[in-house]
Ligand binder design. Structure first.
Ligand SMILES: NC(=O)c1ccc[n+]([C@@H]2O[C@H](COP(=O)([O-])OP(=O)(O)OC[C@H]3O[C@@H](n4cnc5c(N)ncnc54)[C@H](OP(=O)(O)O)[C@@H]3O)[C@@H](O)[C@H]2O)c1
Length: 197
């Protein structure tokens, strides 16, 4: 099993790094100014990793993909970012930027549909939260191994073209957490369906 690089040490990056380590994975955190044990520069973290989880501000994704695209070739990328620059109704993902700058990477959208608290605490009194994600079907085994390590149950929504659907789930989360005031420890669960499908 390869190493996981988590890029960004903010709320999401920290929650994911802790959860993935708790799940037994080998994790390095890539940051612009490494200061702590377990941190490396972004380039070093990517170079050592099979999977790269991107947890930086959404507005920085295009530049990040342009800078690191070549190094990401052959690696699994789990993009957890949301770009709210165009407002909640606009696209929150940058799948076009990934496709043009990092054509050799296997890019998925994951961890962007729930607040970071739910990565840290995926168990609820009525069950484990689902983590809806999308990306190439060929990446399912590895992506779901990483997602499962956090304790969340992965649910594959479809290929990269399903990124808009995931944006919709993120919108639902924002609406229920904030507009409907249910709070941030809130996640979704798919009932029924064929296990493993
Ligand atoms: N907060 C949530 O609950 C939540 C949930 C789902 C998705 N998201 C999305 O996840 C992403 C991260 O959110 P967050 O709440 O963790 O943000 P955050 O707390 O502001 O942390 C962002 C991190 O990214 C780093 N960073 C910024 N630009 C970078 C670059 N070009 N290269 C490398 N590192 C860079 C920052 O480090 P520096 O010190 O170097 O600036 C910081 O550690 C956002 O896109 C957000 O929309 C957030």
């Amino acid at each position: 099993m390869g190493r996981v690089a988590v890029i960004g040490a903010g709320a999401v990056g920290t929650a994911l790094a802790n959860a993935l380590r708790g799940g037994g994975l080998d994790v390095v955190v890539g940051v612009r100014s490494p200061a702590e044990r377990g941190q490396a520069t972004v380039a070093e973290a990517i170079a050592d990793a099979a999977t790269v989880v991107v947890a930086i501000p959404g507005a920085g994704v295009e530049a990040f993909a342009a800078e690191h695209g070549p190094a990401l070739a052959g690696r699994l990328v789990l993009d957890a970012t949301n770009d709210l620059g165009a407002g909640h109704a606009g696209a929150m993902h940058h799948m076009d930027a990934w496709a043009s700058h990092a054509p050799g990477a296997v890019v998925c959208r994951a961890f962007n549909t729930v607040g970071h608290e739910n990565v840290s605490a995926p168990r609820f009194s009525d069950g484990v939260a689902d983590l809806f994600w999308c990306g190439p079907e060929s990446a399912r085994k590895e992506a779901e191994r990483v997602i499962s390590a956090t304790g969340l149950r992965p649910v594959w929504v479809g290929g990269p073209e399903a990124a808009d659907v995931l944006d919709g789930i993120a919108r639902l989360w924002f609406t229920m957490a904030f507009a409907r005031e249910h709070g941030r420890h809130l996640a979704f669960r798919m009932l029924g369906g064929a296990p493993g499908a």
